[in-house]
Design a protein around this ligand. Structure first.
Ligand SMILES: [Zn+2]
Length: 231
């Protein structure tokens, strides 16, 4: 088995599509026609018109460095409220099913790409793009999570780390947003829990990545609308 500098404590992450990033559970997309189950390419070339771009991104390295950022969030003394915040997200669960961010970093994490058939098409759409990410499946008994992430998020390790923290907050119990009709009729207080996943970024020291407009959507999907400035 290949060893990596930055892996989850329970074993290597799997970045689906990267040949040596996850051994036997590096597999073909489960549902190739579904935008949520795309495989990752080895490299992503971010068009020069997009922020943080111009360079070719080594996808495996980006995931490794992003995981290092997330691990750093829970280092003793760095963000003292982060783990407790995650445990509180699971307050409606049985105590033995509540998970801190540290706990979730021991899960097997399987990452699919969320997007178009070709990665180049992921970046079409001018100066404003929406990054989408979704927790496809998570299982607290078997301690794994399958997460699909838009390639925009992988333009930098910090951006990818924020997306991973958001999705892991869903695994900890942050709810996904109800359907539009119900959402429209809800008060500010009623809506508050649905910002739980994105609020995790603030508690875990990722202020620059925090976006107050992001809430959990149905099936734990969220859309990160960003104004991308020319590099
Ligand atoms: Zn979400």
């Amino acid at each position: 088995m290949a060893t990596y500098q930055y892996i989850t404590k329970g074993g290597p992450i799997s970045v689906v599509g990267i040949p040596d990033a996850g051994e036997s559970w590096n597999r073909a997309p489960d549902l190739p026609g579904d935008p949520r189950w795309r495989s990752w390419p080895i490299h992503i070339t971010v068009p020069t018109a997009y922020q943080g771009s111009g360079k070719e991104v080594d996808v495996r390295l980006c995931f490794e460095e992003a995981l290092a950022v997330v691990h750093n969030c829970v280092r003793p003394g760095v963000n003292p409220k982060c783990d407790q915040y995650f445990l509180d997200l699971g307050k409606d669960r049985r105590p033995d099913m509540r998970r801190s961010l540290t706990d979730l970093l021991s899960y097997k994490l399987i990452f699919y790409r969320y997007g178009a058939d070709s990665v180049a098409d992921d970046f079409k759409g001018g100066g404003k793009i929406a990054v989408t990410s979704e927790t496809l499946w998570d299982n607290n008994v078997n301690r794994y999570a399958i997460i699909s992430i838009d390639s925009h998020s992988a333009r930098s390790p910090v951006s990818l780390a924020a997306t991973i923290v958001h999705e892991l907050a869903h695994c900890a119990g942050a709810p996904g947003r109800p359907e539009d009709a119900k959402w429209a009729g809800m008060s500010k207080d009623q809506r508050a829990p649905y910002f739980g996943a994105e609020n995790a970024l603030k508690v875990c020291g990722m202020f620059p990545q925090y976006n107050p407009d992001i809430y959990g959507e149905i099936q734990d999907r969220f859309t990160r609308a960003m104004n991308i400035r020319p590099a």
